[in-house]
Design a protein around this ligand. Structure first.
Ligand code: HEC
Ligand code: HEC
Ligand code: HEC
Ligand code: HEC
Ligand code: HEC
Ligand code: HEC
Length: 424
């Protein structure tokens, strides 16, 4: 509405200064919309810091095996757990349940039997306050089940109301802005033509040629102008050449490749929402060349109990029964003549998986985010400092390097650009 009014006034006055002011105004008008599109602050519970802390700890450590409700997953639902056990018992249990079972604590032994001798992870590092916070969070979650992710209702609809900024919303806003600017541009042209027509008419005193004819005349003249013509042809040629060159460089590059997998396994759910550590499944990343794709047995650690009835989970059972591995489609694949080692980068180099693979924990289906070209490897080796802290192996090297250079020791300085390091 305000835009319409603004447009009208603008059309009446049509001075260039007004025009600029109008555009500035429009941008100012749009800014708050962008701000709105950003992540809204998490509602409520800032006052009760304990619950928030408990929620963080719970989601990081417990949510992969426990619901806050009464519903079973790998372990029992934790609703009402404080009525089932005394606080000191809970502390002891969470610190080391296996020790309690071994010591023959009757409640512990009974639980262990009831859950088919599934072992709960020990958390010796959690303080009593942490555990109190977790229990406070569990209680709070049951008081207001809909408000808390991790309660079954929220678990059923992953990430729905997680408060993340909606990409679609931002996209729509940007599109709107672009359309508005385009409309403004067209308006500006029309206004210029109109004002020219009016002032032209006044100057020449002629009213004979209708406006449309002169508009047509102007356009034909523009189209016939040799300078404009050759400029257009040049732009076209350049665009086509660029597209061809880009195409040639992209032969064998599979950035963005995201094949459909045989089982609808989601990293967003497992690594994102349930915060299962990457190394739990990709056991090789820290200690070998290959990160490894987990075998069906690793899935069964949890899916022996969780969601057995789901058709997707049944595929895991079928694979195990038929003694056939699940045929995951490989996403990242270097040519055989290039050598890449995960342990060197993750363990020695201290890099995060995400630096090379992108935000895997937000992907429903894994996608190759980096180009995996030689240029990509080299580029990072040129820019990245070697992780030398606490690594005695590098001490001497750093000392020698620092005598001759002001820059930090880069991967390139330790041979990261040598052909034979990456090619056999
Ligand atoms: C790897 C899975 C796993 C993780 C992670 C886990 N638990 Fe457990 N938990 C279990 C299992 C399984 C049981 C049932 C007893 C058994 O088999 O040892 C259990 C039992 C319990 C019980 C007893 C519940 C009852 O109803 O008597 C409590 C309390 C508990 N866990 C708290 C926690 C807390 C708090 C965390 C996070 C700090 C946590 N658990 C993390 C698997 C897990
Ligand atoms: C519960 C087990 C599990 C966890 C946890 C897990 N992954 Fe995976 N990951 C898989 C499975 C299964 C596949 C193969 C299917 C697919 O591509 O989705 C896979 C595939 C991948 C691939 C693609 C492999 C290829 O074919 O090139 C990458 C990269 C990856 N995971 C990285 C990660 C990272 C990073 C994390 C932690 C943020 C993580 N994964 C956590 C099970 C897991
Ligand atoms: C540490 C525990 C854990 C491991 C290991 C694990 N999952 Fe899961 N998985 C879960 C949880 C929790 C859910 C969510 C269940 C729910 O929605 O109630 C889930 C859900 C799923 C679903 C969605 C099922 C549906 O119909 O909603 C699929 C598919 C799945 N997992 C596949 C796998 C595969 C394949 C592996 C092995 C590579 C694996 N999971 C390993 C805990 C695990
Ligand atoms: C320095 C970049 C880099 C980092 C860091 C990195 N990866 Fe990779 N990853 C790659 C490349 C390159 C490939 C393709 C390897 C090949 O084809 O030989 C790959 C392949 C994979 C695969 C497919 C199976 C395999 O090993 O070939 C998985 C799974 C994987 N990465 C998981 C992870 C996980 C989990 C982490 C973090 C613990 C991680 N990656 C860290 C670059 C990286
Ligand atoms: C995100 C940055 C990054 C990317 C991308 C990357 N590397 Fe590296 N690379 C490192 C770091 C950091 C080290 C140093 C590790 C250490 O301290 O030994 C390293 C070390 C190496 C080494 C050992 C060098 C030596 O002299 O010891 C090889 C080989 C290597 N990378 C291969 C590759 C290949 C092949 C690729 C591409 C497929 C690649 N890297 C991509 C960061 C990266
Ligand atoms: C840090 C690792 C690294 C180093 C150092 C490196 N390369 Fe490569 N090189 C790669 C990777 C990875 C590929 C595969 C890229 C692809 O598939 O697009 C590759 C591909 C190639 C190719 C195939 C053409 C192409 O671009 O796909 C040639 C030829 C080549 N490298 C030569 C060399 C020579 C010569 C050197 C030394 C001056 C060298 N490389 C150093 C990682 C490296």
């Amino acid at each position: 509405m305000s835009i319409l009014v603004a447009k009208k006034t603008f059309l009446k006055k049509k001075s260039p200064l007004e025009m600029k002011r109008f555009i500035a105004g429009l941008l100012l008008f749009c800014l708050p919309l962008f701000a709105l599109a950003q992540d809204p602050a998490p509602a409520g519970d800032a006052a009760s810091g304990d619950v928030a802390n408990g929620e963080t700890i719970f989601k990081q450590n417990c949510a992969s095996c426990h619901n806050t409700s009464a519903e079973k997953s790998v372990g029992p639902g934790l609703k009402g757990v404080q009525q089932r056990h005394e606080f000191p018992w809970l502390v002891k249990w969470i610190h080391n349940s296996q020790a309690m079972i071994a010591a023959g604590d009757p409640a512990a032994v009974a639980l262990y039997k009831q859950y088919n001798q599934a072992q709960m992870t020990s958390f010796p590092n959690l303080s009593e306050t942490d555990i109190k916070d977790i229990l406070a969070y569990v209680e709070e979650a049951n008081a207001a089940p809909a408000a808390v992710a991790g309660a079954p209702a929220a678990a059923g609809a992953p990430a729905a109301q997680s408060g993340a900024p909606s990409d679609l919303f931002v996209l729509v806003l940007v599109a709107l802005l672009v359309v508005m600017l385009l409309v403004l541009g067209v308006l500006l042209v029309v206004v210029t033509l109109l004002s020219k027509a009016v002032s032209g008419d006044a100057a020449a005193g002629q009213t004979g040629t209708p406006f449309m004819e002169r508009l047509k005349g102007t356009l034909t003249k523009t189209a016939n102008n040799p300078a404009i013509r050759s400029a257009t042809i040049w732009v076209f040629v350049l665009l086509v050449t660029k597209a061809l060159i880009d195409g040639a460089f992209n032969v064998g590059v599979h950035q963005g490749y995201a094949p459909k997998q045989p089982i609808a396994y989601s990293h967003k759910l497992h690594a994102g929402e349930y915060k299962i550590d990457c190394n739990y499944c990709h056991t090789g990343a820290n200690r070998s060349r290959s990160a490894h794709i987990p075998s069906a047995n690793i899935c069964m650690n949890c899916h022996g109990v969780i969601k057995k009835e789901s058709p997707e989970i049944q595929k895991i059972y079928a694979a195990i029964e038929n003694n056939q591995p699940i045929e995951w489609v490989r996403v990242h694949n270097l040519p055989d003549f290039a050598y890449f080692n995960h342990a060197q980068h993750v363990n020695v180099g201290g890099l995060e998986c995400q630096q090379c693979h992108g935000e895997i924990q937000n992907m429903e289906v894994v996608e190759q985010r980096s180009s995996l070209t030689m240029g990509w490897c080299i580029d990072c080796h040129r820019k990245t400092d070697v992780n030398t802290k606490g690594n005695a192996y590098y001490d001497k090297l750093v000392q020698v390097h620092n005598e001759g250079s002001k820059e930090n020791l880069k991967v390139a300085d330790i041979g990261g650009l040598e052909c034979s390091k990456c090619h056999y």
